[in-house]
Write a protein that binds this ligand. Structure first.
Ligand SMILES: Nc1nc2c(ncn2[C@@H]2O[C@H](COP(=O)(O)OP(=O)(O)OP(=O)(O)O)[C@@H](O)[C@H]2O)c(=O)[nH]1
Ligand SMILES: [Mg+2]
Ligand SMILES: [Zn+2]
Length: 347
């Protein structure tokens, strides 16, 4: 098989190394496919010979917990159908918690475009969470402020400046010249996922930048929130062979164990903490606390520090909860085993 045809789809040596090459030389050996969309009863993917529907075997169910849009898989042809045989280890994967389950958002990304709009829906704390998500899963974040035709962008950009992110763009989807700088991220073979609340203009942006045909819908009057127009994650390629993953606006964003990502998103506080007298300083009432000193001195905003603490607390809660869930599952498993061994004894 010819691997060079896969490169524009995001394939690289990293994935090639995971394949047992001998098998791929045979007519019915495994073939690589990239996941484009996951529906209840169907998985759309793209491979050497174009788009293909894949069948997901029982042991990868529920599929949304095992496979992400953007993943590379190996599939084997049997009776005219392609069955997923192996999921190749991704370069990175973005995931989040929703209620009690972990959801895979997207895999094998080069950039995470964090989209926010210049209106009443703008929320700095939410942006900090997205930023922590990017850092936690090692994807380079790019912040995009949309709808700059509707408001003065200056106050929004001022707020964004307090975030630890250098890649910031202000755009209007209807003004091509504002979108031009985004082409710097659009190299053939790259993958870009867009995240952000419903209605901020993710799909509009994908359509304008990449010639996509995503459905878009006007937002609600009053609070500027969207109507959850995009309902599933979808990967598609533009003419320059850049992969875009449009995602539905998230209702809530909890971070799974994003401790290190949070720290990076609040690098200013981390740096101050280095000067605290005690290395385990909690920046409360400890003597010699550089963080409290900075707040008192006015160089660190109290609100910014409060956001940081809130995210840390949430993160600790999630980690405890997951540890708890794991323990319960182990217990249940042990219990099930015991039951079945009793059964055997009885019969
Ligand atoms: N004025 C203006 N309107 C915009 C801009 N970008 C998007 N919109 C409008 O904002 C509304 C919501 O845009 P969508 O692209 O559907 O938003 P989305 O982020 O994809 O929303 P979900 O799919 O629900 O997550 C639409 O009516 C767009 O036309 C912009 O730069 N300027
Ligand atoms: Mg959308
Ligand atoms: Zn301190």
């Amino acid at each position: 098989m010819n691997f060079s045809t896969l490169q524009p789809l995001g394939w690289s040596n990293y994935f090639l190394q995971q394949m047992a090459l001998a098998d791929t030389m045979t007519e019915d050996g495994p073939r690589p496919f990239r996941i484009m969309a996951i529906y209840r009863s169907r998985i759309d993917a793209i491979g050497e010979a174009g788009e293909q529907i894949l069948v997901c075997p029982e042991h990868f169910q529920p599929v949304r917990e095992h496979i992400a849009v953007g993943d590379w898989v190996l599939a084997v042809k049997r009776h005219e159908h392609f069955y997923i045989d192996k999921i190749l280890v991704a370069k990175n994967r973005i995931e989040r918690y929703s209620g009690h389950e972990c959801q895979l958002i997207a895999a094998n990304l080069d950039y995470l475009w964090i989209v926010t709009s210049a209106n009443e829906d703008f929320n700095l704390k939410r942006l900090q969470r997205y930023l922590a998500l990017a850092y936690e899963f090692s994807v380079e974040p790019v912040l995009i402020l949309t709808k700059t035709d509707l408001a003065d962008k200056a106050p929004y950009l001022r707020q964004v400046r307090s975030l630890s992110i250098s890649e910031v763009h202000a755009v209007c989807a209807h003004q091509a010249e504002t979108l031009a700088p985004l082409s710097a991220y659009c190299h053939p073979g790259n993958t870009i996922a867009l995240v952000g609340s419903s209605g901020v203009g993710k799909s509009t942006l994908v359509n304008a930048v990449a010639g996509g045909r995503q459905q878009t819908r006007e937002i609600r009057d009053g609070d500027g929130k969207g109507k959850h127009t995009t309902t599933s994650r979808q990967l598609f390629f533009n003419e320059q062979q850049v992969a875009f993953i449009d995602t539905p606006g998230m209702r809530e964003l909890q971070l799974p164990g994003a401790g290190s990502g949070i720290n990076q998103a609040f690098a200013d506080i981390q740096e101050l903490a280095l000067s605290c007298k005690f290395s385990d300083c909690r920046h409360g009432t400890e003597p010699g606390c550089a963080v409290q000193a900075a707040i008192l001195g006015g160089s660190l905003s109290e609100q910014h520090f409060a956001n940081y603490q809130k995210l840390l607390k949430e993160d600790a809660f999630l980690q405890r909860r997951d540890a708890g869930t794991y323990a319960i599952r182990q217990e249940q498993r042990a219990f099930a085993k015991e039951i079945s061994s009793h059964k055997k004894e009885k019969w």
